[in-house]
Design a protein around this ligand. Sequence first.
Ligand code: URA
Length: 232
Amino acid sequence: MSIPLPPPQPANQSNINRHHLNPLPPSVFTLPQTAQLEALYTIIRDKETKRGDFLFYSDRIIRLLVEEGLNHLPVVKRTVETPTGTTYDGVGFEGKICGVSILRAGEAMEAGLREVCRSVRIGKILIQRDEETALPKLFYSKFPQDIATRYVLLLDPMLATGGSAMKAVEVLIEHGVPEERIIFINLIASPEGLTTFCTRYPSLRVITGWIDQGLNDKAYIIPGLGDFGERR
Ligand code: URA
């Protein structure tokens, strides 16, 4: 006699409705808030977690985020013949993609993208605070030369105030990438950052794993996981 499996566990009830952004902007997509996902986040949030485990479990979440990001790319009809001699009417990917990591933390997401999309082109962008104006300023960028013809997966693990992400999108648009061809892939977002970002760029899709409570006075995400770059 088979024993029935228990139903999938939703995330901790106190957390599942804890998207501190209600309603979500229509361009924001979160990973399914399951207990499994919450367990991964609990490990990486724990200040006692050692670097090796932080790398392993944050990489697992990044992989899920990249896979979810790819679900938002368009496909075209594609028919193949299977080894049984039958035709199968399926779909194939349409268009080319590339990644762009926002340095430095976004660089940690590149491996996850490469694991899923073999030989994907990856650009980089460095944005820092201008000491004179206190505004985000572009310091360096390097993109595939045909970036304007690609879908762009923009990588940044922590969306705090949204300043760097918005500057990065501004630069991509200046390079000819239409806003609606950019998919922002993010591990943890603050509600403030997400609202500002989505209000400015409503056609750009955001894939995030978790929306946290808010920001502290040093612009760290709360509860967050501390400084992502320092923990990797
Ligand atoms: N960057 C981080 O690494 N952590 C935060 O909480 C905010 C920005």
